[in-house]
Design a protein around this ligand. Structure first.
Ligand code: GUN
Ligand code: ZN
Length: 447
C-alpha cells in the first residue's frame, strides 16, 4: 500500500504500520555516545489511536498486526517529528528583511508587521500559512510568540487544534518602547494571558507560554504581573529574550541600573525557572550560565537568526559544561531566523560552532531537533522519541531529495555521513511526509 492511503487511518482508531529506516535517541549522544542512538535499518512503528503501540524490526511488527495497513517509506529515514522551541508566528512576512541589527530591525520591520495582527482575519490567514509551513518542514511541535493581540494567539491555537498539533504559544506582553498600537498594559496583559490560559492551556495538545517579550519592552509593573502569572501557572512555560545583541544589553542595563547583569532582572521577577525558555543567551558571563544551570532554565540557540542579525556566536561548550550541562534548545527564530527548516537550522548551528572552534556532530544535531528539544520542553514523555505510548509525530526524510544531495550521497557509506548531508544540504524538499498523531499531513492526498 502506498504511504498516503495508509496514514489516513491511524488517527481514527484503526492501526497503521509506518515502515522505514527508523532513527531516534533515548539518551544524549553528547555525553552517552553511540549508545544513545537507536537505528533499525528495516524498522516499523505500530500506531494505534495516534500513539506508538510497538516499535521494532519490521518483521516482528508486521507479525503483530498482520492486517494493519503499511505505509512503506523504505529507503527513507523515519525520525521523530522536529521540534522548534522559538519562533514568531507574526513574523512570516518579516523574514528576509534587509540590513539591520536587532533594535533597528524590531523598529523598522517587526513592529510594523506585528500591528497587522490586530485584524483577526489577517491572523487567521497567517495561522493557516504558519501551520502549513511547519508541516512542510517536518516540524510537529513549535513554541510560538504571537503578537500582543489576544486574537493572534486565538488564531494560532485554533489552527493548531484543528490540525491536532502539539503546539505551545502565548500572546506577547509589551507595554513600552514600541508603537502605541502594539502596547498592552500590565493589567490587560495579565488579564488576557489569564483568559487565554483558561481557555487553551491543556486543551487538545495545546500549551500556553507566558510571554513577556524582553526587558526593554516590559515595564517593571509588567514584569511584576509576569511574576504573578508564572507563580499562578507553574505548569505553563515562560518565554523571553536575553543577551542577544550588545546594544540591547547596554540599553537594558541602563534601564535597570541596580541589576548586576541581564539575568538578574529576570531572576528578580521570578522568571527563571525550569519552565523558562530564554532566547539567544549569546553574550553571557560565567555567573549567568551557572545561575541558569542552578535554576534549570533553558537557553534557546537560534543560529540562523544570530548570524542574520549579526548578533554573535552562541557558546555551546559553555552552556553544556559537563559539570552542569544546561538543556540547550535549538530553534529557528523566524523571522529573525531565515528558515523554517530545522535541518537548515542544524546546518547553521554547525557553522556557528565551527566559528567558535566547537563541534556539532550529526548525532548531536538530530538529537537536538528531536529528543533534545523535547527534554528542554519537559515533553520527552510524550514526543521526541519512538517509545511505546509516545504520540506518533514523525518525519520521513530523503537524503537524495535534490540532484546535489543525490550526487553527494553516491559517496556516502555511513549513517553519520547521511545525517550530515541532510543537515547541511536538506530543507523541506527532504521532508517526504510529516506525521501528526500517526496521520500523514504533508502529502495531503491519499495517493
Ligand atoms: N528580542 C525581542 N523581540 C525579539 C524578536 O522578535 N526577535 C528577536 N530575534 N529578538 C527579539
Ligand atoms: Zn525571538
Amino acid at each position: 500500500m502506498q504511504a498516503g492511503q495508509a496514514d489516513e487511518r491511524a488517527g481514527t482508531g484503526e492501526a497503521l504500520i509506518i515502515r522505514g529506516r527508523l532513527l531516534w535517541f533515548d539518551g544524549d549522544p553528547e555525553f552517552e555516545g553511540e549508545a544513545a542512538r537507536r537505528f533499525i535499518e528495516d524498522g516499523a512503528l505500530l500506531v494505534r489511536e495516534g500513539r506508538i503501540a510497538a516499535v521494532g524490526d519490521a518483521r516482528d511488527i508486521l507479525s503483530q498486526a498482520p492486517r494493519a495497513p503499511v505505509a512503506d517509506h523504505r529507503p527513507h529515514l523515519v525520525t521523530p517529528g522536529f521540534i522548534d522551541p522559538h519562533i514568531h508566528f507574526p513574523q512570516t512576512q518579516v523574514i528576509a528583511s534587509y540590513g539591520a541589527q536587532l533594535l533597528d530591525w524590531l523598529n523598522r520591520y517587526t513592529f510594523v508587521e506585528e500591528q497587522k495582527f490586530a485584524d483577526p482575519a489577517h491572523a487567521a490567514r497567517n495561522a493557516t500559512f504558519f501551520l502549513d509551513e511547519l508541516i512542510r518542514n517536518g516540524t510537529t511541535t513549535a513554541v510560538a510568540y504571537c503578537s500582543v493581540h489576544r486574537a493572534s494567539a486565538e488564531a494560532f491555537f485554533a489552527e493548531s487544534e484543528k490540525r491536532g498539533a502539539r503546539m505551545i504559544g502565548g500572546k506577547v506582553m509589551m507595554d513600552r518602547h514600541c508603537p502605541e498600537a502594539l502596547r498592552d498594559t500590565p493589567e490587560s496583559g495579565y488579564r488576557d494571558s489569564k483568559e487565554l490560559i483558561a481557555q487553551w492551556h491543556g486543551r487538545s495538545r495545546i500549551g500556553y507560554a507566558i510571554s513577556p517579550r524582553f526587558a526593554i519592552t516590559s515595564s517593571e509593573a509588567q514584569l511584576e504581573v509576569s511574576r504573578a502569572l508564572v507563580a499562578e501557572h507553574p505548569d505553563c512555560h515562560m518565554q523571553t529574550h536575553m543577551s542577544e545583541n550588545r546594544r540591547e544589553i547596554e540599553t537594558v542595563l541602563s534601564m535597570f541600573p541596580d541589576a548586576k547583569d541581564y539575568l538578574a532582572i529576570y531572576e528578580s521577577y521570578g522568571l527563571v525557572t525550569e519552565k523558562s525558555l530564554i532566547g539567544h543567551c549569546i553574550h553571557m558571563s560565567g555567573s549567568e550560565w551557572a545561575r541558569m544551570a542552578e535554576r534549570r532554565a533553558v537557553p534557546v540557540f537560534c543560529p540562523t537568526s544570530n548570524t542574520f542579525l549579526g548578533s554573535g556566536l552562541f557558546d555551546w561548550r559553555a552552556a553544556r559544561d559537563p559539570k552542569r550541562p544546561l538543556r540547550v534548545a535549538l530553534a529557528t527564530d523566524v523571522g529573525g531566523g531565515t528558515s523554517y527548516s530545522m535541518l537548515r537550522t542544524a546546518g547553521e548551528a554547525y557553522k556557528v560552532l565551527q566559528l567558535n572552534g566547537q563541534s556539532f556532530s550529526p548525532d548531536q544535531a538530530f538529537h537536538a531537533m528531536t529528543r533534545g528539544n523535547a527534554v528542554a520542553l519537559g515533553l520527552d514523555d510524550k514526543i521526541g522519541g519512538f517509545f511505546v505510548g509516545a504520540e506518533c509525530d514523525a518525519v520521513v526524510l530523503d537524503a537524495r531529495a535534490t540532484p546535489a544531495m543525490a550526487h553527494r550521497m553516491e559517496t556516502v557509506s555511513s549513517l553519520d555521513e547521511e545525517l550530515f548531508v541532510l543537515s547541511t544540504l536538506g530543507d523541506e524538499r527532504s521532508v517526504v511526509e510529516t506525521y501528526m498523531m500517526g496521520k500523514g499531513v504533508k502529502s495531503g492526498s491519499a495517493s
